[in-house]
Design a protein around this ligand. Structure first.
Ligand SMILES: Nc1ncnc2c1ncn2[C@@H]1O[C@H](COP(=O)(O)OP(=O)(O)OP(=O)(O)O)[C@@H](O)[C@H]1O
Ligand SMILES: [Mg+2]
Length: 405
């Protein structure tokens, strides 16, 4: 069947697959992956030291530590703790056997699921059915004692668990260490995006130690540039990218301070460039990536806005469909038109400005002070680096009548 020259057909047919494995820009996809944990975290030395200071007794046979870590999305909470657990287990190898159970409570959100998971991470063959929470606790204690070691339990995104299951699990885990002759069995680290302290009971807070709460700030543009550079150096071919690309990525991601957004932008930009058969990134790849990414940023957020926030955003979007920025004076006028269309009474200039700032805090728009064109003085330029105005308008139009009811 293939003797009559048909062999060349599959080659021709799969020409479109040329980009796969061509590695025009991408040298190694691993450092751009979700789970990749760099050896060195960028710009987090101070926070790392602060976390370590809660665990100074860990080298001692009865030492344990506790910490609660909160910070916005993509501020590196999970990476901080994973890095710490890896580093500290390595550092103490030979002194103390440190086991780590890192549980994501978005997936395991009942007390029993979490306890099972902890036991399973320490002993994969442990029977997982029919045990009570007391028996599971005893198993945890036995497993740690058998290794003469120590267990660090990390409850990541713990707000999901606390909302669903209350504080019980924390009492259980904290009690392991409070029972006689089990001192130093377990360290506990809680991680959450929101103010987890709101859902923690006073008694748990006092056991965890209020001073063990570490607040992590969002990343600024320079830190995001450094994070993007670290990944570019690891994942991309030298010469295929430039510093200017990293700054563009950082400026876009800086609206939320989210390191994940910076890494995703880099990855998408590389995909765009390679898809076009190029071996070098250009600025348009980043712009396209920024526009492709974040309807997810806009989507949920638009649904949460109040009537006047929606009206101001609509005014901004209308102009930004055709222009790259809109000035504060223009927003006042465009907003007045939008209010008239919907038969809504206008708010004052001060309120509009407050709303602009609120929209910026939510990452929907960005503001920058700029000199007035053809004149003196300064004005504010509003841009939308991380969403497409054309995508947001239908969503806003859908929401406004609901607020008017
Ligand atoms: N300081 C840093 N240096 C290098 N990479 C970082 C740093 N901080 C975060 N990252 C990377 O950014 C991404 C998001 O970080 P991480 O998952 O730790 O954030 P998070 O605060 O746990 O986010 P979430 O609130 O969504 O759980 C990861 O790929 C991580 O490797
Ligand atoms: Mg996380």
């Amino acid at each position: 069947m293939f003797k009559n020259g048909c062999q060349s057909i599959p080659d021709v047919m799969s020409d479109y697959l040329e980009v796969i494995g061509a590695g025009l820009i991408l040298k190694d996809p691993t450092p751009l992956g979700f789970d990749y944990l760099p050896e060195r975290l960028v710009a987090r030395l101070e926070v790392q030291r602060s976390l370590a200071s809660r665990f100074t007794s860990l080298a001692h046979p009865t030492g344990a530590g506790r910490a609660v870590i909160t910070g916005p999305v993509g501020s590196g909470k999970t990476s901080l703790v994973r890095r710490f657990c890896d580093d500290v287990s390595r550092r103490l190898a030979g002194t103390r056997d440190i086991a780590v159970a890192h549980i994501n409570c978005r997936n395991e959100n009942t007390t029993m699921q979490v306890m099972h998971k902890i036991v399973a991470q320490m002993d994969a063959r442990h029977p997982d059915r029919g045990l009570s929470s007391g028996e599971l606790l005893a198993s945890i204690r036995r497993l740690v004692a058998a290794r003469r070691g120590h267990l660090i339990v990390v409850l990541d995104e713990v707000d999901h668990l606390l909302r669903r299951a209350g504080n019980d699990i924390l009492y259980h885990l904290l009690r392991i260490d409070e029972d006689a002759d089990a001192e130093g069995t377990l360290s506990l680290i809680l991680i959450s995006q929101e103010q987890v302290l709101d859902v923690l009971e006073g008694a748990v807070i006092s056991r965890l130690g209020a001073s063990n709460h570490l607040r992590i700030p969002p990343y600024g543009p320079e830190e995001l540039t450094d994070i993007a550079r670290q990944r570019a150096e690891l994942a991309l071919r030298p010469g295929s990218w430039q510093e200017a690309h990293l700054s563009m990525i950082a400026d876009t991601a800086a609206t939320t301070g989210d390191a994940r957004a910076a890494i995703e932008l880099l990855e998408t930009a590389v995909r765009n460039a390679e898809g076009d058969g190029r071996s070098e990134l250009d600025a348009d790849d980043i712009r396209r990536a920024a526009k492709e990414m974040p309807s997810s940023i806009g989507d949920g957020l638009v649904d949460e806005l109040s009537l006047h926030q929606l009206l101001v955003l609509l005014a901004v979007c209308r102009r930004l469909r055709r222009a790259d920025h809109v000035t504060s004076g223009d927003i006042d006028q465009l907003y007045a038109v939008v209010c008239e269309e919907h038969d809504v009474e206008e708010r004052s200039h001060t309120t509009i400005w407050k709303i602009v700032k609120e929209l910026e805090l939510r990452g929907l728009i960005s503001t920058e002070v700029a000199p007035v064109e053809h004149g003196r003085g300064r004005t504010t330029h509003v841009t939308m680096p991380s969403a497409l105005p054309g995508d947001l308008i239908p969503r806003i139009d859908e929401q406004i009548p609901r607020r008017l009811r």
